[in-house]
Design a protein around this ligand. Sequence first.
Ligand code: HEM
Length: 444
Amino acid sequence: IVTNGEMEAELTAPPLVPKPIGKRSAMKLKVNMEIKEQEGTMTDGVKYMYWTFGGSVPGSFIRTRVGDEVEFHLKNHPDNKLPHNIDLHAVTGPGGGATSSLVAPGHEKVFSFKVINPGLYVYHCATAPVGMHIANGMYGLILVEPEGGLPPVDKEYYVMQGDFYTQGEYGEKGLQPFDMNKAVKETPDYVVFNGKVGSMTNGNELTAKVGETVRLFVGNGGPNLVSSFHVIGEIFDNVHVEGGNLINKNVQTTLIPAGGSAIVDFKVETPGNFIIVDHSIFRAFNKGALGILKVEGAENKKIYSGTIQEGIYLPEGGTIQKMPITATAKTVNPKRTVAERVKIGKEIFSTTCFACHQSEGQGIPNAFPPLAKSDYLNADSKRAIKTILHGLSGEVLVNGIKYNNIMPSQNLSDDEIANVMTYIYNSWGNNKTEVTPEMVKALR
Ligand code: HEM
């Protein structure tokens, strides 16, 4: 609503951005933002106490144009425990606003600034301990459009990376407190887009249609890591390097500093899932920095053709995996009790199988079948042993659901396979078969 050349800014939570400003002239813009400390989900079963600008991580997206006079109202929700403030990199003035905005729970601070440099800017909390406030999610983006606006595109999205430090390892269940020690050492458990693992997967994908142009406003809240931002299967047609005026063309991966940004755009020419990652690749597959842009529409065989196999580029979780160093086929171990096999098998499972089949054998929908109460497993132990020995690919039906993926053969000894299979058969409601090294040897 515009009154007397004054307007309240539209604010959006990720992955959405406010409407383009385009040709409107500079005006007075009121920003009303409330800080909320609130519990949220980092990944399945893992909770985190996020500190947020506007109730989301990253905080609300603010869209302005050059010359706008911003009157910033920063509220600190009465239920919050701590004072906060805001430093906007779009501000020319002391502390980027931080010196004028320290606000206690239940209070509001107002300060004003004129945006004089176009670009995409990070904002963040700057209250001590600064790193802790940022690490808990207190960052977001403010866009300052140039005179006349940005070139129009079909889709615009808001994506912001951040690194998180929890007392438990990746995936450890429960409410996970912030770990300052890991933060100082810069060893995050989670590196994510938009505040959590899976913010843009499993039904929350970004979407576009073949032929459309997509613009991503990408930020990096840090607090520590620099992002090597990449979209698998796409090339950025234009990159506003570091969120400024310099435009680079035909870019595969763009660096986004902590406390920095980039605006990237590209035309999507073929359908498919385009995976958004930090190409420091363990962060993507093992710490959460993985999202999906889902493009629908007609195939364009001139640009790309080939059969499409599902299940490539899936998150793998945080388990440390080891490649076996010896081909250990020989040992047909002496006698062990079922209880011994279960104990040793559990360890093998949690280093070798768990990354795909998951800690409780529950699998990952559409990718890795369950081993818990698996009809496929329980129906035929020979077939299951062969799966471990030789791998498995092609369509399989497990508990009525089709999987069509690849399981690599596992380089384990007869005894190790006997132990891990006995553990699986004696867990999660399976049929308690004991697998012996002799049974494995016979099928090798
Ligand atoms: C299928 C066991 C490691 C991926 C299966 C099946 C079993 C099994 C018994 C048959 C289907 C079922 O009952 O659910 C094991 C054991 C492992 C192991 C004991 C460790 C020693 C892995 C790993 C991966 C993986 C590390 C991923 C890299 C798969 C996939 C299928 C499968 C994709 C289905 C294959 C298809 O669609 O044709 N696994 N697995 N498995 N496993 Fe594993």
